[in-house]
Design a binder for this molecule. Structure first.
Ligand code: FAD
Length: 283
């Protein structure tokens, strides 16, 4: 199903899951988790892609498993940074030849370890323009309720999102956030500026305290010290952290649903349980 169809039903709340290629390349455990996610009949499962193509093959193998064996709507992510035009063209063709209809179009961050970094496409906008002209894929884009860490201002960021919309983006998925107020502010400004495409909040049920701290550092996500303290209490118990993460994310989602969002995109960290339990709590 195409993105425009998935998000066309105004009264239906959609759930989607995001997974990433495991660092050690071992996809067997992930495939078991994907089968569990699949039982929830999500609108789609998205698969991240390493900037510069660092995990291209594993990412594609997961996409193929989802499409061919689990018969699940899948949305590959694709980053254009550090890849030349020919490489990008070939990758897009490969995705289309698999019968895939949707893609999350991203710039990505230049990886330090890549020696030759091509800059044929400088931003997600260049990739989107390419897709618009040369492919049948529908494209989703990234959005940043707390501003992209490198953006000059939230207004500039929202201006870029508006351009993505005018170039045909069908939906925006947000960066993870733990403070709903950031999303509400962002959404209101977007609406005032004429953004009408569905903005789907990215929610991450916490499963590990140290991981939470790392994610906050890496993504520049704001986090209330009280939230850190809340999870710190459980840091020595894996099970208690998971339960606290489910409770925190369930409350966050309930409030977002009351606000009127159209769907939730779960950053699953490759584990099905927490997102599934959150869904069970909120529907
Ligand atoms: P862009 O939209 O090109 O740019 C991001 C920001 O930079 C803009 O909002 C704007 O503020 C500024 N900017 C862009 N163009 C201009 C311009 N012409 N002039 C001035 N300012 C400009 N990374 C991965 O490597 N792999 C993934 O699979 C992945 N998945 C993601 C999924 C989601 C839902 C999100 C939110 C992020 C994901 N990322 C992923 C991270 C993303 O690649 C980084 O945040 C990257 O730095 C920006 O990518 P983008 O597509 O938002 O870039």
């Amino acid at each position: 199903m195409k993105l425009s169809e998935i998000y066309s039903n105004k009264s239906k709340l959609t759930f989607s899951f995001e997974v990433f290629p495991p660092k050690n390349g071992d996809t067997q455990n992930l495939f078991k988790e994907l089968a569990k996610m699949n039982e929830q009949k999500p609108a789609l499962i998205s698969v991240t892609y390493g900037a510069g193509g660092s995990n291209r093959n594993t990412s594609l193998n997961i996409v193929k498993e989802l499409k061919n064996n689990l018969k699940q709507p899948v949305m590959p992510h694709f980053t254009c940074v550090c890849s030349n035009k020919e490489y990008i063209e070939n990758y897009i063709k490969e995705i289309e030849n698999l019968g895939i209809t949707n893609i999350l179009a991203l710039r990505g961050d230049e990886p330090q370890e890549i020696e030759v970094c091509y800059r044929d496409f400088k931003s997600a906008l260049d990739l989107i323009k390419y897709l618009k002209k040369h492919s049948e894929l529908e494209y989703a884009v990234a959005a940043y309720p707390e501003k992209h860490p490198k953006a000059k201002s939230l207004n500039q960021d929202i201006g870029i999102l508006l351009k993505k919309q005018s170039l045909g983006a069908k939906v925006a998925y947000t960066q993870v956030f733990f403070d709903n107020q950031s999303f509400y502010n962002f959404f209101d400004i977007c609406t005032k500026k004429g953004i009408t495409l569905p903005i789907i909040p990215g929610i991450m049920p916490i499963i590990n305290y140290n991981q939470l701290k790392r994610i906050v550092e890496l993504s520049g996500t704001k986090i209330n010290p009280k939230v850190i303290q809340y999870f710190e209490k459980y840091k020595n118990s894996k099970e208690d952290t998971i339960k606290a993460g489910i409770e925190f994310a369930s409350i966050q989602c309930e409030k977002l649903i009351n606000f009127g969002i159209k769907g939730i995109h779960f950053y699953t960290l490759n584990k099905a349980r927490s997102s599934i339990e959150v869904i069970g709590n909120i529907i």
